[in-house]
Design a protein around this ligand. Structure first.
Ligand code: ADP
Length: 306
């Protein structure tokens, strides 16, 4: 019962025009965390201190990051256009630093698949590439956080939230986000990456059939991004997301420019934005991203080749 009343308070508040009211309700669901930083075995995170290590990253232009008590779990956000690879890098980092990767797109797709009361309403919105309402997305995220809290989860890497300035204000009102990683990829590659995306209908693995070669031109360097082929056991079970058609992806890219781009400024002026230009595919980009975050991945030889 408590879960339902807390969620509905957040959802009701998100409907109100007052961001402060929304934040107050949402704070039941996202709380600042002050526990020890936890890590997976593949990470050298026993030496990781967000305050020291990320603050040291002068080249990233982070300025003075607002920091929470030394040693608590990370609360990071991934921003970036559709197709940039937020899910790929957020999921790898979540394994590395030992916090859950929470993708609001996945929460929406789970809801769609559940044929619950919201399902048909969401289907039309998502399949047109539009954003679902702040109220619905906060409700879904709140429920996910509550489940995690019950399991003892601490910290998070959010992927796909916030996507509007209003969502960012609400989040900022309830907890301290340490770092926002803004993934950037040359525009020519984004559409191809979305159209090449495939998911294994059985194991849920994410793959990409697009292999991108952009020639050097007018002083701009060329770029190669290899495909991410499925293993043989998934090859015959691949499906495409219904919103990964050319028309819908173009619409999602337009909506990103008009509605989500201002979220970058929201975090930039707060000194939390780490701009990260992807230099190519996973093998080059993963190690560069780790360097930017001052992290090490001892399993890198294995994972970066995936
Ligand atoms: P993308 O690959 O475009 O980043 P996602 O998988 O993150 O897509 O999201 C899929 C869809 O889910 C979005 O197009 C949108 O309809 C909905 N969605 C996800 N997150 C949000 C959010 N924070 N606010 C509103 N709608 C969202």
């Amino acid at each position: 019962m408590a879960v339902f009343s807390r969620c509905s308070r957040a959802a009701t508040a998100a409907r109100t025009p007052n961001a402060a009211a929304s934040a107050a309700a949402f704070s039941y669901l996202i709380r600042p965390l002050s526990h020890s930083f936890s890590s997976s075995s593949s990470c050298s995170s026993s030496t990781f201190d967000p305050e020291i290590d990320i603050g040291r990253n002068k080249s990233a232009g982070l300025g003075t990051l607002k920091r929470e008590p030394k040693g608590r779990n990370v609360q990071w956000v991934f921003l970036g256009c559709p197709g940039v690879g937020k899910g790929t890098y957020a999921s790898r980092l979540s394994n590395l630093v030992g916090v859950p990767h929470i993708a609001t797109g996945d929460l929406v797709r789970d809801e769609l698949a559940s044929s619950g009361p919201l399902s048909s309403q969401l289907k039309e919105i998502v399949n047109q590439g539009k954003l679902v309402s702040d109220e619905i997305i906060i409700d879904l995220l709140s429920k996910r956080l509550e489940k995690g809290e019950a399991k003892g989860e601490m910290g998070f890497i959010l992927d796909g939230f916030p996507r509007t300035v209003r969502q960012a204000e609400i989040l900022e009102g309830v907890t301290d986000i340490d770092l926002v990683i803004n993934l950037k990829l040359r525009e020519e590659a984004l559409l191809a990456k979305c159209l090449g995306r495939r998911i294994c209908s059985e194991c849920g693995g994410n793959y990409n059939l697009a292999s991108i070669d952009i020639k050097a031109e007018n002083g701009r360097p060329g770029m190669h991004m290899g495909s991410l082929p499925p293993p043989p056991e998934c090859a015959s079970k691949l499906i495409t997301r219904p919103d990964d058609t050319e028309e819908v992806v173009k619409n999602r890219l337009r909506i990103y420019q008009s509605t989500t781009r201002p979220v970058e400024d929201f975090y930039r002026i707060r000194g939390k934005l780490l701009e990260f230009d992807l230099p190519g595919g996973i093998p080059e980009s993963w190690s560069k991203l780790l360097r930017a975050l001052n992290l090490e991945d001892h399993g890198n030889k294995h994972t970066a080749a995936a």
